[in-house]
Design a protein around this ligand. Structure first.
Ligand code: SAM
Length: 335
């Protein structure tokens, strides 16, 4: 019992049959063994500390039409917004004063707006020289990535979403390809960004083999950040009536990836916390080491409606930062 877990912890890899067993097994003892080992591996690297990143959802204007995503271009039910330069800087200021040292600007894919954002990124860099600036703006031309990097951004998150090209094609409209996504990831890394990738767990049509391919892709690419959360349907999308992904499977993936890449930054995601009230804590206990409280102004937060339930008012808001700290305290962790 648990020998697969020991092997994974020692060798930092496992064959497909082993991964399959860890993802599928209904044995609670094995599940607990996996979780405990992953948490121990995280404790060895990071102690009892959990890192906070200030999430700023800067715009929901998107040229893409990803079938799962609530801010997809075809969703006419959604009021569109982009935060102004002043609003972004205000969010950063609030976050900095509360002790956060990483700003994450996330938004729909919009190359012209991303290029225009470079000026704001440069201002952020000048005002907070010690802060990490993370971007998550989708697939952009090399020149735009380069401009943003030169403006002072130093991290970039681009989930690959699924490592199976056929599955990728099922989740995205014609014209979007896994190959281009991966080219962007290599481009981003070659520009010196700390790079993050990841996938949705339980997206429509995903098989266990797809998830194993995701793990292999991450294993080969070795990103510094691994962002993954459960798929959650959004009613104005073509996948609106599909079932949500499994929180338990998401947690097992946090644990497996922690054991494979002990030093990675792995956020316990908002999507997990949306599925399970104790999701944030459960994610940390499964080996995640990052939380991303939402600093988007509440007026706009409602409109960044990626999936059902996400816009629950203040679900992960700055107002709840103290509660977040208290929550971590109950499991022996601190910010
Ligand atoms: N446009 C950028 C991009 O494509 O990387 C960043 C924004 S995008 C909305 C951020 C992430 O949200 C996506 O990579 C996707 O994994 C996740 N997401 C979108 N719709 C979702 C859903 N219905 N359930 C769970 N996650 C979702």
């Amino acid at each position: 019992m648990g020998s697969r877990v020991n092997e994974l912890r020692e060798r930092r890899t496992l064959d497909d049959a082993g991964l399959r067993e860890l993802l599928e097994s209904s044995d609670p003892v094995l599940a607990e063994e996996l979780r405990r080992n992953a948490r121990e591996a995280a404790d060895e690297q990071f102690g009892k500390a959990v890192w906070l990143r200030a999430l700023i959802e800067w715009s929901n204007v998107c040229r893409n039409d990803c079938l799962y995503c609530g801010i997809r271009r075809s969703n006419r039910a959604l009021p569109r917004y982009s935060l102004s330069r002043e609003e972004i800087l205000e969010c950063c200021d609030r976050a900095w004063r509360l002790g956060l040292r990483t700003f994450v600007l996330q938004g729909g894919e919009n190359p012209a707006a991303a290029e225009a954002l470079a000026g704001t990124v440069a201002e952020m860099r000048a005002s907070w020289p010690e802060a990490a600036i993370t971007l998550s703006l989708g697939e952009l031309p090399h020149e735009t990535y380069s401009l943003l990097r030169n403006s002072g951004a130093n991290r970039y998150l681009l989930r690959h979403e699924t490592a199976n090209p056929a599955h990728y094609a099922r989740l995205h409209p014609a014209g979007m390809t896994l190959q281009h996504r991966l080219e962007c990831l290599h481009d981003i890394r070659s520009l010196g960004f700390q790079t993050g990738m990841g996938m949705m767990v339980g997206s429509p049509g995903q098989t266990l083999d797809d998830l194993i391919a995701d793990i292999r892709l991450i294993e080969a690419f070795r990103p510094r950040m691994i962002g993954l959360g459960p798929f959650i349907p959004q009613h104005d999308t073509p996948f609106g009536s599909q079932p949500a992904g499994s929180a338990e499977r998401t947690l097992r993936l946090y644990s497996i990836l922690r054991l494979m890449q002990p030093q990675a930054w792995i956020p316990s995601t908002t999507a997990l916390a949306t599925l399970r009230p104790d999701g944030r804590k459960a994610g940390i206990l499964a080996g995640a080491n990052v939380l991303m409280p939402n600093f988007t102004p509440s007026a706009q937060r409602q409109a960044y409606a990626l999936y059902e339930g996400k816009a629950r008012p203040d679900a992960e808001a700055v107002e709840n930062l103290n509660r977040l700290k208290q929550e971590l305290d109950t499991i022996g962790y601190y910010v």
